[in-house]
Write a protein of this length. Sequence first.
Length: 194
Amino acid sequence: MPFLMFQPIREGNFIIQPKVDFDISISTVAGLLNLGYQAVAYIEASAFIYQDGKILVEVDNLQDVPSPYIQIKGVDKEAVAAAGSMLKLDGSYTTKSYLQIILERLPALETNSGGVQTQQAARLQELVEFIQSQGSSTSSESSPGREVSPVDSAIEDLQCRIRRLERWQTINTVLWTFLMSAVIGYSLYQRRRR
Protein backbone atom coordinates (compact mmCIF):
# COMPACT_ATOMS: atom_id res chain seq x y z
CA MET A 1 0.00 0.00 0.00
CA PRO A 2 2.07 2.98 -1.18
CA PHE A 3 1.46 6.47 0.11
CA LEU A 4 2.14 9.62 -1.83
CA MET A 5 3.93 12.51 -0.16
CA PHE A 6 4.59 15.97 -1.55
CA GLN A 7 4.70 19.62 -0.52
CA PRO A 8 3.33 22.01 -3.16
CA ILE A 9 4.81 25.42 -3.95
CA ARG A 10 2.18 27.99 -4.93
CA GLU A 11 2.52 30.95 -7.27
CA GLY A 12 -0.74 32.80 -7.83
CA ASN A 13 -3.26 30.42 -9.40
CA PHE A 14 -0.62 27.76 -10.09
CA ILE A 15 1.00 25.11 -7.97
CA ILE A 16 4.64 24.95 -8.98
CA GLN A 17 6.66 21.97 -7.92
CA PRO A 18 9.50 19.93 -9.24
CA LYS A 19 8.85 16.26 -9.97
CA VAL A 20 9.51 15.04 -6.45
CA ASP A 21 6.35 13.04 -5.77
CA PHE A 22 7.29 9.66 -4.42
CA ASP A 23 5.67 6.57 -3.00
CA ILE A 24 6.76 5.24 0.34
CA SER A 25 6.29 1.66 1.42
CA ILE A 26 4.00 0.46 4.17
CA SER A 27 7.02 -0.41 6.33
CA THR A 28 8.27 3.19 6.08
CA VAL A 29 4.85 4.47 7.16
CA ALA A 30 4.87 1.97 10.03
CA GLY A 31 8.31 3.21 11.06
CA LEU A 32 7.16 6.84 11.02
CA LEU A 33 4.10 5.95 13.11
CA ASN A 34 6.31 4.07 15.58
CA LEU A 35 8.54 7.15 15.84
CA GLY A 36 5.55 9.20 16.96
CA TYR A 37 4.25 10.70 13.72
CA GLN A 38 0.46 10.78 13.45
CA ALA A 39 -1.83 9.96 10.55
CA VAL A 40 -4.48 12.67 10.41
CA ALA A 41 -6.52 11.84 7.33
CA TYR A 42 -7.70 8.96 5.22
CA ILE A 43 -8.63 9.96 1.68
CA GLU A 44 -10.05 7.56 -0.88
CA ALA A 45 -9.81 8.73 -4.47
CA SER A 46 -9.92 7.33 -7.97
CA ALA A 47 -8.26 9.00 -10.93
CA PHE A 48 -8.50 9.08 -14.70
CA ILE A 49 -5.41 10.43 -16.45
CA TYR A 50 -5.27 11.90 -19.93
CA GLN A 51 -1.98 13.10 -21.39
CA ASP A 52 -0.28 14.22 -24.54
CA GLY A 53 3.28 15.39 -25.00
CA LYS A 54 2.75 18.78 -23.35
CA ILE A 55 0.22 18.42 -20.52
CA LEU A 56 -1.32 15.86 -18.23
CA VAL A 57 -4.94 16.19 -17.10
CA GLU A 58 -5.89 14.17 -14.04
CA VAL A 59 -9.55 13.88 -13.04
CA ASP A 60 -9.75 12.76 -9.40
CA ASN A 61 -12.97 11.67 -7.76
CA LEU A 62 -12.61 12.08 -4.01
CA GLN A 63 -14.84 10.23 -1.58
CA ASP A 64 -17.63 12.46 -0.21
CA VAL A 65 -16.76 15.34 -2.59
CA PRO A 66 -19.56 15.81 -5.15
CA SER A 67 -17.57 17.27 -8.03
CA PRO A 68 -14.29 15.96 -9.47
CA TYR A 69 -10.95 17.54 -8.65
CA ILE A 70 -9.18 18.26 -11.94
CA GLN A 71 -5.43 18.73 -12.03
CA ILE A 72 -3.67 20.03 -15.11
CA LYS A 73 0.07 19.42 -15.04
CA GLY A 74 2.78 20.48 -17.42
CA VAL A 75 6.18 22.14 -17.68
CA ASP A 76 4.85 25.13 -19.65
CA LYS A 77 2.70 27.49 -17.58
CA GLU A 78 0.99 28.90 -20.69
CA ALA A 79 0.04 25.41 -21.93
CA VAL A 80 -1.46 24.60 -18.53
CA ALA A 81 -3.42 27.88 -18.50
CA ALA A 82 -4.63 27.27 -22.09
CA ALA A 83 -5.80 23.76 -21.18
CA GLY A 84 -7.70 25.19 -18.22
CA SER A 85 -9.39 27.73 -20.50
CA MET A 86 -10.27 25.05 -23.07
CA LEU A 87 -11.88 22.99 -20.29
CA LYS A 88 -13.76 26.14 -19.18
CA LEU A 89 -12.18 26.05 -15.73
CA ASP A 90 -11.53 29.80 -15.63
CA GLY A 91 -12.27 31.07 -12.13
CA SER A 92 -13.15 27.63 -10.74
CA TYR A 93 -9.63 26.65 -9.74
CA THR A 94 -8.02 26.26 -6.34
CA THR A 95 -4.54 25.65 -5.06
CA LYS A 96 -5.89 23.79 -2.03
CA SER A 97 -4.82 20.24 -1.31
CA TYR A 98 -7.19 17.28 -1.10
CA LEU A 99 -6.93 17.41 2.67
CA GLN A 100 -7.92 21.08 2.83
CA ILE A 101 -10.91 20.52 0.53
CA ILE A 102 -12.18 17.54 2.51
CA LEU A 103 -11.69 19.14 5.93
CA GLU A 104 -13.55 22.28 4.81
CA ARG A 105 -16.56 20.17 3.75
CA LEU A 106 -16.87 18.28 7.03
CA PRO A 107 -19.74 19.38 9.26
CA ALA A 108 -18.44 20.85 12.52
CA LEU A 109 -20.39 18.38 14.66
CA GLU A 110 -18.98 15.29 12.96
CA THR A 111 -15.33 16.03 13.59
CA ASN A 112 -13.37 15.00 16.64
CA SER A 113 -10.72 17.09 18.38
CA GLY A 114 -8.13 16.17 15.73
CA GLY A 115 -10.28 17.56 12.92
CA VAL A 116 -11.04 14.17 11.41
CA GLN A 117 -14.60 12.99 10.80
CA THR A 118 -15.66 10.29 13.28
CA GLN A 119 -16.27 7.69 10.55
CA GLN A 120 -12.96 8.58 8.91
CA ALA A 121 -11.23 8.44 12.29
CA ALA A 122 -12.40 4.85 12.79
CA ARG A 123 -11.20 3.79 9.32
CA LEU A 124 -7.94 5.69 9.80
CA GLN A 125 -7.37 3.92 13.12
CA GLU A 126 -7.92 0.54 11.40
CA LEU A 127 -5.37 1.47 8.73
CA VAL A 128 -2.83 2.71 11.29
CA GLU A 129 -3.15 -0.54 13.25
CA PHE A 130 -2.81 -2.57 10.04
CA ILE A 131 0.24 -0.59 8.95
CA GLN A 132 1.89 -0.91 12.34
CA SER A 133 1.27 -4.65 12.36
CA GLN A 134 2.82 -4.91 8.88
CA GLY A 135 5.83 -2.89 9.96
CA SER A 136 6.52 -5.05 13.00
CA SER A 137 5.89 -8.47 11.46
CA THR A 138 6.05 -10.15 8.11
CA SER A 139 3.92 -12.92 6.68
CA SER A 140 6.62 -15.49 7.54
CA GLU A 141 6.35 -14.54 11.22
CA SER A 142 2.62 -15.27 11.41
CA SER A 143 1.57 -17.51 14.25
CA PRO A 144 0.71 -21.02 13.05
CA GLY A 145 -2.50 -21.23 15.09
CA ARG A 146 -4.00 -18.08 13.56
CA GLU A 147 -6.76 -18.48 10.96
CA VAL A 148 -5.96 -16.63 7.76
CA SER A 149 -8.88 -15.29 5.76
CA PRO A 150 -8.76 -15.41 1.94
CA VAL A 151 -8.54 -11.61 1.86
CA ASP A 152 -5.58 -11.58 4.26
CA SER A 153 -3.92 -14.30 2.22
CA ALA A 154 -4.43 -12.33 -1.00
CA ILE A 155 -3.07 -9.17 0.64
CA GLU A 156 0.01 -11.01 1.91
CA ASP A 157 0.56 -12.54 -1.54
CA LEU A 158 0.31 -9.12 -3.22
CA GLN A 159 2.67 -7.58 -0.67
CA CYS A 160 5.18 -10.38 -1.29
CA ARG A 161 4.95 -9.80 -5.04
CA ILE A 162 5.37 -6.04 -4.59
CA ARG A 163 8.48 -6.56 -2.43
CA ARG A 164 9.90 -8.89 -5.11
CA LEU A 165 9.18 -6.32 -7.83
CA GLU A 166 10.77 -3.57 -5.72
CA ARG A 167 13.92 -5.70 -5.37
CA TRP A 168 14.03 -6.33 -9.14
CA GLN A 169 13.52 -2.63 -9.81
CA THR A 170 16.43 -1.80 -7.50
CA ILE A 171 18.65 -4.38 -9.20
CA ASN A 172 17.58 -3.11 -12.62
CA THR A 173 18.32 0.50 -11.63
CA VAL A 174 21.78 -0.42 -10.33
CA LEU A 175 22.60 -2.42 -13.48
CA TRP A 176 21.45 0.40 -15.77
CA THR A 177 23.50 2.87 -13.73
CA PHE A 178 26.61 0.71 -14.16
CA LEU A 179 25.92 0.24 -17.86
CA MET A 180 25.37 3.95 -18.49
CA SER A 181 28.47 4.83 -16.44
CA ALA A 182 30.52 2.42 -18.55
CA VAL A 183 29.13 3.83 -21.80
CA ILE A 184 29.77 7.43 -20.73
CA GLY A 185 33.23 6.54 -19.42
CA TYR A 186 34.12 4.78 -22.66
CA SER A 187 32.79 7.73 -24.66
CA LEU A 188 34.93 10.18 -22.66
CA TYR A 189 37.94 7.88 -23.04
CA GLN A 190 37.46 7.81 -26.83
CA ARG A 191 37.23 11.63 -26.95
CA ARG A 192 40.49 12.01 -25.04
CA ARG A 193 42.27 9.61 -27.38
CA ARG A 194 41.31 11.74 -30.39
